[in-house]
Write a protein that binds this ligand. Structure first.
Ligand SMILES: [Zn+2]
Length: 337
């Protein structure tokens, strides 16, 4: 309300601009609007990056889950409560990925703040994937919607609408960023499809350590033949490992994929015994490069993974490599490391 009164004062009294800024205070956002800058929290880095592409320099965004940690078992420190108390919006993925963070938020968000579950809002429950590391019996669906550009775009759309509703003065800016983001995601999607088409359908098979590609596989004509990591994020039993070695031999895949966040001697052993390449660099929520780099973005992350998969399985990734991933707006977000 104070801000609205301030804005009225600007319109009616027409005091010099500098005096207005000094008088109303608290707006150090570089925002062209006269409202207070939106303060937003996010959980995993890909969500932070998508939010930054839409919010640009008009929204203050702070990530909560440090990059390189296991986001599936992450519990925020009690000190995060302080950050939460100052938020207007907390974006979480949902699909039960961040329950401890959500709980802390529910206790600490102010009355007019909200939690927005961008994943949960992007897909009907009937389309949830339950699979290797996320069996139905565990009650937690596979949460990795963002590795599929279709859903990342949906996240961006929800963020655009959330920002615009809370900061209507900057709605055009958010819409413009979303439109640019959509153009870039569509180009990325085309490059992905061109590169994947160089792999025969029968070769588009993924055996991964971390089970992060279920939705992507469905939309891009890949098969996830297995994921090593069991639902409690421990290693599989020797019997399960023996079964996986047989499966890798049978399917004739040239490579299997580990994840740099989850170094796994077991996957290495499977690769060695089944005599296939073991590629241990995939990432599902740890962005490549450093904050501020172009590749340190949701798009840079997925670009890295899809080039790696295509080349490791014997395909030609030149279409993907000709595409330069990056942000469509300045990324001022804070990424805890
Ligand atoms: Zn994950």
């Amino acid at each position: 309300m104070r801000d609205r009164i301030c804005r009225l004062a600007v319109l009616v009294v027409l005091v010099p601009f500098a005096a207005v800024v000094a008088g109303c205070g608290s707006d150090d956002s570089g925002s062209s609007g006269s409202g207070k800058q939106l303060v937003v929290g996010t959980t995993v880095a890909p969500i932070t990056s998508i939010a930054a592409n839409i919010g640009g320099d008009k929204v203050k965004i702070t990530g909560i889950v440090p990059e390189g940690t296991n986001s599936h078992t992450f519990e925020p420190k009690p000190s995060v409560a302080e950050l939460m108390a100052g938020l207007d919006v907390l974006f979480v993925n949902g699909l039960k990925l961040e329950e401890p963070t959500k709980e802390l938020a529910e206790e600490n968000l102010s009355d007019d703040a909200e939690i927005v579950e961008v994943g949960t809002k992007s897909i009907p429950e009937s389309e949830y994937a339950y699979d290797f590391s996320f069996p139905k019996s565990g009650g937690k669906p596979n949460p990795h919607l963002w590795t599929d550009p279709k859903y990342a775009l949906k996240y961006a759309e929800i963020m655009r609408d959330t920002f615009s509703e809370r900061d209507p003065d900057n709605a055009d800016y958010f819409r413009g960023n979303y439109d640019k983001f959509k153009v870039k995601v569509d180009e990325f999607d085309k490059a992905m499809r061109t590169s994947f088409a160089t792999l025969p359908r029968a070769k588009r098979k993924l055996l991964t350590y971390h089970d992060a590609y279920a939705y992507f596989a469905k939309d891009y004509g890949w098969d996830v033949i297995g994921a090593i990591q069991v639902s409690d994020f421990e290693d599989p039993t020797p019997k399960e490992v023996a079964g996986l070695i047989d499966q890798v031999k049978e399917t004739n895949v040239p490579a299997i994929f580990g994840s740099e966040v989850f170094p796994s001697p077991v996957l290495k052993q499977i690769g060695k015994e089944a005599k296939v390449k073991y590629v241990d660099v995939l990432r599902d929520d740890d962005l490549p490069g450093e904050p501020g780099d172009d590749e340190h973005s949701w798009m840079g992350l997925m670009h890295f993974d899809y080039v790696t998969m295509t080349e490791s399985l014997g395909g030609d990734a030149s279409a993907l490599k000709a595409f330069k991933p990056g942000n469509v707006a300045p990324d001022k977000a804070e990424y805890p490391q």
